[in-house]
Design a protein around this ligand. Structure first.
Ligand code: ZN
Ligand code: ZN
Length: 265
């Protein structure tokens, strides 16, 4: 089985702990086939990532790594863009990203109305906060130029402690709207392993969501550990490939200059 990690942060992200080179060395050590760096990027001044990415430095580091390790590891350069759907910032986003040589873009919701999810939760009941999160993902998938939806049910990471996990059936309608729109617009989903590393103990999104995506005819899936340090690189990626196989997926995808490439699992 080819191990692929398509959600990796280096020190080019505000919360990254390992360098591009160290991440690549680790990937080779554990026998990965392909990795894609997906550094945080936001043009919203309220976001923690605003103004953090030094694109030139990032590109230099990735090109160097490609030269050095390219024979052993397929290395790509992408972004994880926070709230790419916000109208007031979208022209700036297009202007800035059009100058970049990107292989892959994850679209993620980390804030609602410019407020971090952990803070956004305050004063809301369980249904509201999960529903409003999915609503925001729906807005994103309806308009954004992205390749996959990042951690589709990330809200459970923050809500878990106070409210527990959500029941898929309670949100089926909005999730189905998200998935149908994604399929129509040629946008995929990622399965993100970072949920295994905290009390949620399951991937983002939960298996029922992946199952429904498949039933609706969805095919584009990427696998990512969402690692911010070498120690967690590709940690549950084999497990996630097996889960996808159990659900009935036969392939996952990598990307090259935003064109998808099938990989058998
Ligand atoms: Zn994220
Ligand atoms: Zn991430």
């Amino acid at each position: 089985m080819k191990v692929i990690d398509y959600h990796v942060h280096s020190t080019n992200s505000f919360d990254g702990k390992s360098s591009v080179e160290d991440m690549c060395k680790r990937a080779i050590e554990i026998g990965d086939y392909a990795i894609c760096f997906t550094e945080h990027f936001s043009v919203d001044p309220r976001d923690v990532s605003y103004g953090v990415l030094d694109y030139e430095k990032y590109e230099n580091e990735v090109r160097k790594a490609q030269e050095k390790f390219g024979k052993q590891l397929d290395i790509k350069m992408g972004l994880e863009i926070g709230e790419p759907h916000l109208k007031e910032y979208v022209s700036d986003l297009i202007l800035q990203t059009s100058k970049m040589q990107l292989d892959f873009i994850i679209g993620s919701v980390h804030n609602i109305d410019g407020v971090k999810l952990r803070l956004y939760m305050q004063g809301k009941n369980k249904y509201e906060l999960y529903y409003e999160y999915f609503q925001e993902i729906y807005k994103m998938v309806s308009v954004s130029d992205i390749d996959v939806i990042g951690h589709l049910d990330l809200m459970k990471r923050y809500a878990y402690e106070s409210f527990g996990n959500y029941e898929f059936e309670d949100y089926r309608e909005i999730i189905e709207k998200i998935l149908k729109t994604a399929i129509l617009r040629g946008i995929g989903l990622e399965i993100n392993g970072s949920g295994y590393l905290n009390s949620v103990s399951e991937p983002f999104p939960k298996p029922e969501v992946l199952q429904l995506y498949r039933e609706l005819g969805g095919e584009i899936i990427t696998i990512g550990s969402d690692s911010h340090a070498c120690e967690t690189l590709s940690k549950n990626n084999k497990k996630m490939s097996n889960l996808l196989k159990e659900i009935g997926f036969k392939k996952v995808y990598t990307f090259d200059k935003r064109k998808k490439i099938e990989i058998k699992i």
